[in-house]
Design a protein. Sequence first.
Lengths: 437, 100
Amino acid sequence: MTARAQPAQSPPISVVLPFFLLAPLGLIAAGFLATELGREALVAVNGRRTVAITHALALGWVTTTIMGACYQLAPVVLGGPLMSHWLARLHLVVHLVAVALFVWGMAWFNATWVGVAGSLAFASVLVFLVNVGRAVWRTRQWSIPRAYLACSTMFLLAGATLGLVFAGNLEHRWFTVSHGKLAAHAHLGLTGWVALTVMGVSYQLVPMFNVASRVKPRLAYPALALTSAGLVLFALIMWIDPPRDVRLLLAGVLLAGPLLWSVDQVRLLRGRVRRRMDIHGRGTVVSLCFLGLTVFLAVGAAWGSPFTPYAEPARWPLAYAAAGLLGWAGTAIIANSYKIVPFLIWFHRYRERTGKEPVPLIRDIADERLATLVLVAHSLATLVIIIGLLAGNLQWLQAGGGLLIVSGVAHLGSMLSMFLPKRSSRTTGVSTREVPM
Amino acid sequence: VKTSKIAELLSTVIDPELGIDIVSMGLVYGIEVDDDEISVAMTLTAPMCPMGSVMVESVQRTLEDAFPGTRVVVHMVSEPPWEMGMLGERARRQLGMPAH
């Protein structure tokens, strides 16, 4: 099968890059809030500081990064254009105002501002879906990433709708908020939107960056079907706060999809041609390890916080959330950021110069050692937070928050450093066009 | 215009992600030369690779510079899919793989 090569549809750098550069502020804000957590955070999962932290991470850091990545990947990987570049820029402004208002409103409790922020966040999601909708839903060619994104965007809409209801409920008290209802909302957002997007995109990026095209993924669609069906079932049944046996069954169904996905990812990594792992490969391995921890903690949370039977029942659910959000998704996002951002800078700075003069390679754009340091600091912060939560030790929890600030600042700094001028690393013969001898 | 000369020129086009030339990578499937047209069939290590357009442009620029007035057409080929056996010795060395 042949096709005349088409020009790239990559959007302008000014559309995508601000998402990546502003997202770590959510990580830093969450770190600051975590350093001030009190004992009440271990008692209920919906303490105002806890909700502020989870949304600073989920909406501020993770979702901002993923939305930026979608604006880049949808036209290039899925083959359909965005509706409007200006709409994407407007979307970022609305999204950031919504996140800042929400985190501030929750941390220093103000129900009215939380309601306003919830409405803005919902509007931001609608604008995003309209903008990427054509690429995700209306292109001709089906692919694994596209199937995952088609599902994840639907779960984003469901999670945001439920979030808007919760935000309104703070002021109007339509219904009693329970652990099960919160779990439904959290899983629609974190598993449905974040996890499915990370899983789907990894089917494109892991083989591409590690050169593993000879390995064909076998479990992509079963993993997607199991995760999606399990999540719908989970959200419906958790709404009525089911007993332990049902919770464990739901956890089993929900975890089966990511576990199948992880089997595919391990196969892809083992079959790679590029033997020496770069930051993306290392980040993917760390991310898979965190998935294992997430599965273990999920079962504990579904069981009902074992080893903390009489007090502080929020420890296991929060440790599970930290492992999934900061660990599994977070390290995958860091790993991908150090590929996507250098690519964007390289593409817009050097693309026109290839074939004419020596230019740096993409790997010359990012400082590999600094990227590894960020990955290590972030993983350490996540582990310290998880240990602090499981042990009920506030000092560890607050120290984890401090480490999160360090890793967030380092992450932001390392991405800004990519804009510094780069030299072609000629010693390794890496100009995109060497002069023939 | 000889195809061997074109292949030599294409071996100066480097994949900016891997730092290896496209001929050693086994990405060039065929070169055809007519009177006023050079046609190159090439593939990518992964389908829908964002680097595809960059490499196509680099191939076109390189050949158009070397052969002014000649039309250069690059066809992206997906069959047979690229696989590890297509790697040349130089690429295998650079990727840290054992020689054939």
